[in-house]
Design a protein around this ligand. Structure first.
Ligand code: FES
Length: 170
C-alpha cells in the first residue's frame, strides 16, 4: 500500500480523536478530558490512539500511556458494544453477585481470564460499590441500572438489550 493511502486511512481512523483534540485546543494540561473524550468515541484507547494524542499535544508517549494506565476508568483493551458493570461490593456480594456473574458469563460464553463475549457484543466488568447498595445486587448495562437482579433474570435483560439494538438498526 502506498504512503499516501496509509496516511489517508490513518487520518480517517483518527477523525474522531482529532475532533476531541480540537475541542480541547490540543492543550496538554487537558490530557485527562482529552483521553476521556477519545475513549468515549472509540470505546477503548489503542496504542495508535495514545501515540496520536501524545504527538498532537506535544507530550512524550510514555507520559500519555502512564496517565491512561493510572486511572481505572481508562481501558486499553477493546470493549464490547455493551458494557455491563456488575457490582461486587460488600452489599452486592452478600446478596449474590457471584451467582449473577456466573450467570452472565455462562449466558455470554465468556471464558476464564476474559471479559468480553466472542461476538464482541458484551463486556462484563466487576466493580466495587456503585452507590446503590439498597438495590443489591446491582448491575448497570450501559447506562441502565438494574437492581435486585436474580440470576434467572439475566436472559431477559440481555435479550432486551439485543432487541433494542435490532430496533435501532431498522
Ligand atoms: S455494594 Fe453494590 S451498590 Fe453498593
Amino acid at each position: 500500500m502506498d504512503k499516501a493511502k496509509v496516511a489517508a486511512e490513518m487520518a480517517e481512523r483518527m477523525k474522531d480523536a482529532e475532533e476531541v483534540l480540537k475541542e480541547n485546543n490540543y492543550d496538554k494540561t487537558r490530557l485527562v478530558p482529552i483521553l476521556q473524550g477519545v475513549q468515549a468515541k472509540y470505546r477503548w484507547l489503542s496504542q495508535d490512539l495514545l501515540s496520536y494524542v501524545a504527538r498532537a499535544v506535544g507530550l512524550p508517549p510514555a507520559r500519555v500511556y502512564g496517565v491512561a494506565t493510572f486511572y481505572a476508568h481508562f481501558t486499553l483493551k477493546p470493549k464490547g458494544r455493551h458494557v455491563i458493570k456488575l457490582c461486587d461490593g460488600t452489599a452486592c456480594h452478600v446478596k449474590g453477585s457471584t451467582k449473577l456473574l456466573d450467570a452472565l458469563r455462562g449466558k455470554l460464553g465468556i471464558r476464564d481470564g476474559e471479559d468480553t463475549s466472542r461476538d464482541g457484543l458484551f463486556t462484563v466488568d466487576t466493580v466495587s460499590c456503585l452507590g446503590a447498595c439498597g438495590l443489591a445486587p446491582v448491575m448497570v448495562v450501559d447506562t441502565d441500572v438494574h437492581g435486585q437482579v436474580k440470576p434467572d433474570q439475566v436472559d431477559a435483560i440481555l435479550n432486551a438489550v439485543l432487541e433494542k439494538d435490532k430496533n435501532e438498526t431498522k
